[in-house]
Design a protein around this ligand. Structure first.
Ligand code: F6P
Length: 303
């Protein structure tokens, strides 16, 4: 069995980047432990003993911060839970993350995940102005019946899956590849009322008898496409979210990188997700991510 640590050294991943990846894998272990044991509470609410309970997304954010602060090569964090970038040291690496995506699914016991994009920001750098193409690595952890993560590095080939077994992440899939196939995860169906083009696209998928696989959590919904090796996830804009709901830095860029590294594609409907430069931390984007032909079809229907 190949542990994540051994994998990184076998692949010759640069030492500092490898240490950041290992830091994030450690965070996934702590978040996993919390999800399995913590009471499901809301930030600011009290438990039966009058103690303040933290919502799991806030707690997960703190766990990642604590883990990152132990690694001196990490200088800057950006989290979906924080209003601003957080400087934690002088290291040049920046980690952008969504600590617990789909956290509202925890209380109904559906899968949730953590999404990570890693950058070299240089001294005094910022995530603002960066493109997804500049990520050195991305990761997506899923806390489901099993605890797994997918990882890809910019300079390495392929996407790999690791699974938590007896306290260690071990390699369980070294050929994560996305080809073509009829599976769809159509997000934000409310948009069909406003967009006849999206309606036609969804109708195409139904007419062609695509298999519906949608959980409402972007991480499991996109990772299933990576692991089944086919399909499309969509989240178009509509009047409530004119730029879409999902965040470029924390969700779309890292998952877009994993999809491209596996042979798929990610687009906002006309532009490659990884080419979009970040204007604000909270920037949202529409997204169509999955098999190449499917993403092309979305662009054609929505043009
Ligand atoms: O961004 C959080 C998130 O829960 C994603 O994981 C998911 O794809 C999306 O929101 C679903 O949003 P909604 O249910 O509002 O369409």
């Amino acid at each position: 069995m190949t542990t994540f640590k051994n994998f990184l050294s076998e692949k010759g991943v640069q030492e500092d980047l490898a240490s950041v990846l290992l830091t994030m894998a450690e965070s996934f272990k702590s978040i996993n432990a919390q999800i399995r044991t913590a009471e499901v509470g809301k930030a600011g609410s009290s438990n039966a003993y009058g103690e303040e309970q933290l919502a799991l997304d806030v707690l997960s954010d703190r766990l990642i911060q604590d883990e990152c602060k132990k690694n001196s090569v990490i200088g800057l964090l950006a989290s979906e839970e924080l209003p601003e970038e957080m400087k934690i040291g002088d290291g040049s690496f920046g980690v952008a993350y969504d600590p617990l995506d789909g956290s509202s699914l925890v209380d109904v016991n559906l899968a949730v995940g953590t999404i990570v994009g890693i950058y070299d920001l240089g001294e005094g750098g910022s995530f603002i102005g960066k493109k997804g193409d500049e990520q050195l690595a991305s990761m997506a952890a899923v806390y489901g019946p099993r605890t797994t993560f997918l990882v890809a590095t910019r300079d390495g080939e392929g996407v790999y899956e690791f699974t938590l077994k007896d306290g260690d992440f071990v390699l369980t899939n070294d050929s994560v590849k996305v080809e073509e196939g009829k599976m769809f995860a159509p997000g934000n169906l409310r948009a069909v009322n406003e967009s006849p083009k999206y309606f036609e696209l969804v109708k195409y998928w139904m007419d062609e008898q695509y298999t519906l696989r949608y959980s409402g959590g972007m991480v499991p919904d996109v990772t299933q496409i990576l692991l089944k090796g086919k399909g499309i996830f969509s989240y178009p804009p509509y009047s409530k979210y004119p730029q879409g709901k999902l965040r470029l830095l924390f969700e779309c860029a890292p998952l877009g990188m994993l999809m491209e590294k596996a042979g798929g594609a990610a687009s906002d409907g006309s532009v490659r997700i990884l080419e979009k430069s970040l204007e604000a931390l909270e920037q949202r984007t529409p997204i169509f991510v999955g098999s190449k032909d499917e993403v092309r079809r979305c662009e054609e229907y929505l043009a």
